[in-house]
Design a binder for this molecule. Structure first.
Ligand code: NAD
Length: 489
């Protein structure tokens, strides 16, 4: 049983049993199985590229190129990276022996082992990427998988249900169609790991349900990612890249810039250039841009705009019927404005006039975002912003590009989530690091001190640690360190 759609409790129970017995048989641990499944997923995406693009067009009115670039090609790249590196990722590693007897005589080794049966819950904004790119890591690590696509992208969900059943091993990879009502039943089952992408609100529900089984989780959430544009930035380039980012998937991108903090010296110039680039991109690309996912999101965003006290410097005609919210730039926005009351997740761009110091204070008073953006050509200024803030990732002088570094970890911190994926980082997220030591019998000739009766004269056997620092050294360093004035206190 590979697909459970429409969801039924008995249908899922029977799929769950079959997946559990595949796990127990060790089927998914075999490297040949993992590669076969990754290749099958590649062909699924390759052979059904056009159908998947059409499904995403129906769901999000998204252009085929955008679906290729941000959903399909990303997952295909992840598959090839996993296939090419699988042996080296899976072989495990030796810990540094550090002079400890059994670390080296005992041939200590860290095995990379799959958790078992994992549940992957995807979001609607990137219905392939948030589901299948994550699944690449899970399969590469040797797990059996239950895939749960978002029900909100219903055309893509229906096609995926059909294709996963057709291409993937039905004994070990299942796809389940479930909305919030069915999720309660699904989450009553014990999974060995749950990887969730979506809102913080639902992330909390998932983590709470997982805790009942002591199931580890990774949560890929969102947040209000800020961009700081300083007076040392290339203003035109910053405006071009920020305006473009607000149009990707019509702003429905987890690493999108939520709002801009701009220094007073460049505030008017930045707003002029933002208006210029936004108008140009929308005028020329209108027919190729995505629409909002549904009327509920349209109404939410209209509501935020209607209540805003900021000054709109660029907008156009909105159309509820087609779910087209015309991209809108609002300046002279304060942090208490409606448009900053929640993650926007749409094509509204608020621009706040400030300076770097106040922007940092504001950012640090808010939950840590998934992403942070700095536009500046001054390294000391960039360093200061990096040192004094926290976020899942950072791109300097552009938006969202850190997500494209496929061999680096992608994930949040604090309220933007925990756990990461992409490349080996994803493989490690779905692996248990199992330490194994082999203790040879002859060692007993040298370790008699560990058997009773205990004797303090053997203390040197267990505590031969010698510090390479003197008492009080750390404190002295702090007093006479870079901040020399502290010496006076
Ligand atoms: P969502 O939380 O509404 O839905 C995500 C998934 O959770 C869906 O599969 C849905 O079926 C399921 N779900 C919904 N209600 C549920 C419930 N009550 N119990 C159990 N499961 C439930 O999120 P969304 O609206 O699809 O996505 C938008 C949010 O996701 C934004 O905050 C965005 O920033 C974030 N996001 C994060 C990433 C990332 O990689 N960090 C990627 C995409 C989206």
């Amino acid at each position: 049983m590979a697909a459970v759609a429409p969801f039924s409790t008995t249908g899922f129970d029977s799929a769950y049993k079959s997946l559990r017995s595949s796990c127990a048989s060790g089927r998914t641990k075999d490297l040949a199985w993992r590669k076969w499944q990754l290749k099958q997923m590649y062909w699924l995406l390759d052979e059904y590229e056009s159908e998947l693009q059409q499904a995403m067009f129906k769901d999000l009115h998204r252009h085929a190129f955008e679906s290729l670039a941000y959903d399909l090609a990303e997952t295909k790249g992840a598959i090839l990276e996993a296939i090419n590196n699988l042996e080296s990722w899976a072989k495990g590693e030796a810990p540094p022996h550090g002079g400890i007897l059994w670390n080296w005589i005992g041939r200590a080794w860290i095995r990379k082992e799959p958790f078992g049966l994992v549940l992957i819950i995807g979001a609607w904004n990137y219905p392939i990427g948030t589901l299948l790119t994550v699944a690449v890591s899970a399969i590469a690590a040797g797990n059996a998988v239950v895939l749960k696509p978002s029900e909100m992208t219903s055309h893509t969900e229906a096609l995926l249900v059909k294709l996963v059943a057709r291409y993937m091993d039905p004994e070990a990879i299942a796809i389940v169609s479930a909305g919030p009502a069915e999720m309660g039943t699904l989450l009553k089952h014990r999974f060995d790991f749950i990887f969730y992408t979506g809102s913080s609100r639902v992330g909390r529900i998932i983590a709470t349900a997982a805790a009942a089984h002591v199931t580890p989780t990774a949560l890929e959430l969102g947040g209000q990612a800020p961009a700081i544009v300083t007076k040392h930035a290339n203003i035109d380039l910053a405006a071009k890249r920020i305006a473009n980012a607000k149009l990707i998937n019509l702003g429905q991108l987890c690493v999108n810039v939520n709002h801009v903090f701009a220094e007073a010296e460049i505030y008017d110039e930045l707003n002029d250039r933002l208006r210029h680039w936004m108008a140009k991109f929308v005028d020329e690309g209108r027919e190729t841009l995505s629409h909002l996912i549904n009327h509920q999101h349209f109404d939410r965003l209209r509501g935020l705009l209607d209540k805003s006290k900021g000054t709109t410097i660029y907008t156009g005609e909105h159309n509820r019927e087609t779910k087209w919210l015309h991209p809108t730039i609002v300046k002279d926005v304060t942090m208490s404005d409606s448009v900053l009351s929640e993650e926007i997740f749409g094509p509204i761009l608020p621009v706040v006039k400030t300076d770097v110091k106040s922007a940092l204070r504001t950012i640090n008073a808010m939950p840590h975002p998934l992403a942070l953006y700095v536009f500046s050509k001054k390294q000391s200024e960039i360093d200061r912003i990096l040192d004094e803030t926290r976020s899942g990732g950072v791109t300097v002088n552009d938006i969202a590009v850190h997500n494209d570094v496929t061999s680096a970890p992608f994930g949040g911190v604090g309220e933007s989530g925990y756990g990461s994926y992409h490349g080996k980082w994803g493989f490690d997220t779905f692996s248990h690091n199992r330490t194994v030591v082999y203790m040879p019998g002859f060692l007993d000739r040298f370790v008699g001190w560990r058997y009773p009766p205990f004797d303090m004269k053997n203390r040197g056997e267990v505590d031969s640690h010698k510090p390479n620092f003197k008492k009080g050294e750390g404190l002295a360093d702090q007093r006479v360190g870079k901040k020399g004035w502290l010496w006076f206190f």
